[in-house]
Design a protein around this ligand. Structure first.
Ligand SMILES: Cc1cc2nc3c(=O)[nH]c(=O)nc-3n(C[C@H](O)[C@H](O)[C@H](O)COP(=O)(O)OP(=O)(O)OC[C@H]3O[C@@H](n4cnc5c(N)ncnc54)[C@H](O)[C@@H]3O)c2cc1C
Length: 447
């Protein structure tokens, strides 16, 4: 039984800023850097001690969404996404933290080094003059009616009250939207894509691995058949047969995206629930060991391999999404829809991690665009959101959530926040086509 409410007797600290960004994933980083470059006072808070979110803490491993997909297997990578994504790619590449493009089915992707990612983000934030507060968890929003005026943050020093003229929810989970009581939704009627515990395998004979399986990072059907047979024999517990294995920037290493973390009762886990999140972490570690054991016994080049790392946390693909004034439809993705107020573009397929095996649906030789309204809350002022919590239908998110696009959303939303502050304008009054002009001026090549 709980008697009374918990207290924190320490004094509440206060900070005033033009733009508050909650979350330092791809979207939050791009938003904070972009807004600060417009001369604003910008504060970014992040619950971990580093930026990168799903890409670093979740060890997602690669920057997807840069290159066009095509049926022509001999075509070299054709980059179609630029702007902040391209800037980040060049910056991390210059530090030796990005591998060359590798085939991923009908397209390409680039493996990054998660340690170098952190340093690249630090440098971009420092150069732009962003005030960064690590180890700070947003626990509530400041609200005047439907107007959001910042957030309260838990720090080890005590509670910190951050007052902002514009607030950006880049938490991935639409945390601030939920705290503010603004409209949001979860997946397909509550069903989300499953989490995955990603890990790195050291001690791999990479040359023999590539000679045996080829360069495509989606493993061939023969490997899936081996996994199914090994599972059927009872010797292993391997719930996912279609797997991705990537060589990395480091010698003798593979990045393994292969686990399928579901609940003991078989349902997809939703990490918004603390019980599911905890179960996902524990089950993810168990599966990681099973797959590593299978690789040692059955995959060429992995005979002497060992697990050298997992994500800081299980990789979370999908949770809560903000309800925007627009919602990206599944049909927009598959038809390559374009919008006058499109502020980002994507060539990435629908890659739905649900059920027995991931479903991949390609968009060939084309891109679709994502309109600005997918980041403007249907209700509520002073707030924008960016990243994988965009307003989009279930299958559309399975495409629109990848890293290059999240950089693009942050880039656009950073500009929108700057306009909102400078012109004292509600974000919903900003025209997406004006943002498009600014993004093109920054080299986004949207036209
Ligand atoms: C298993 C897996 C594999 C993937 N593989 C790839 C891949 O190969 N290539 C690719 O491009 N993409 C991949 N993705 C997708 C990609 O990693 C994410 O969609 C992308 O990182 C999302 O970026 P984001 O900025 O929207 O959110 P996130 O990366 O989730 O960042 C949100 C940030 O906010 C912080 N935060 C959250 N809540 C709070 C709070 N209340 N207070 C303070 N901070 C908070 C978090 O710590 C985090 O740093 C993968 C994702 C998963 C889960």
């Amino acid at each position: 039984m709980i008697n009374g409410s918990a207290v924190d007797s320490r004094p509440v600290m206060r900070l005033d800023t033009d733009v508050l960004v909650v979350g330092g994933g791809a979207a939050g980083l791009a938003a904070a850097v972009t807004a600060a470059r417009q001369g604003l006072d910008v504060t970014l808070v992040e619950r971990y001690g580093f930026c990168g979110g799903g890409a670093v803490a979740g060890l997602s491993g690669t920057v997807c969404g840069l290159y066009e997909a095509t049926d022509n297997r001999d075509a070299p990578p054709r980059q179609v996404v630029f702007g902040f994504a391209d800037e980040f790619v060049r910056a991390i590449e210059a530090r030796g933290g990005l591998a060359e493009a590798v085939p991923y089915g009908k397209t390409y992707t680039r493996v990054h080094d998660p340690l170098v990612w952190r340093e690249t983000a630090d440098a971009l934030l420092r150069d732009a003059g962003v005030r960064v507060i690590f180890h700070a968890m947003a626990t509530g929003v400041h609200r005047e009616g439907d107007r959001i005026e910042g957030a309260s943050v838990f720090t080890k020093e005590g509670p910190l009250d951050i007052r902002a003229r514009t607030t950006i929810d880049a938490s991935g989970d639409a945390d601030l939207i939920a705290m503010a009581g603004l409209p949001s939704f979860v997946g397909d009627d509550g069903r989300v894509q499953n989490p995955t515990m990603i890990f790195r395998l050291g001690g791999v004979d990479v040359e023999r691995f590539v000679a045996t399986y080829g360069r495509d990072t989606i493993m061939p059907p023969a490997v899936s058949e081996q996994i199914i047979a090994a599972g059927a024999s009872g010797a292993y517990r391997l719930p996912r047969a279609k797997i991705w294995l990537f060589t990395t920037t480091r010698p003798d290493e593979l990045l393994c995206n292969c686990t399928r973390v579901v609940g003991a009762d078989g349902r997809e886990l939703n990490t918004l629930f603390h019980r599911d999140f905890t179960e996902a972490e524990i089950e993810g570690r168990l599966q990681m060991r099973e797959y590593a054991r299978f690789f040692r016994g059955h995959i060429a080049g992995c005979e002497h391999s060992f697990v050298n790392d997992t994500g800081v946390q299980v990789g979370v693909r999908q949770t809560r999404q903000g309800e925007g004034i627009n919602r990206l439809a599944n049909a927009d993705v598959v038809s390559g829809a374009k919008f006058a107020d499109g502020i980002a573009r994507s060539p990435w397929p629908i890659e739905l991690h649900a059920g027995q095996k991931p479903r991949v649906e390609w968009l060939l030789n084309d891109v679709y665009e994502i309109p600005y309204g997918c980041f403007v809350p249907a209700r509520g002022e002073g707030l924008l959101f960016a990243g994988r919590c965009l307003s989009a239908e279930h299958e559309a998110v399975a495409s629109a959530r990848v890293t290059a696009q999240c950089f693009g959303y942050g880039h656009a939303v950073g500009h929108a926040a700057a306009i909102a502050v400078r012109e004292a304008m509600p974000p919903r009054a900003i025209a997406g086509r004006d943002l498009r002009l600014l993004l093109n001026r920054d080299g986004a090549h949207l036209d």
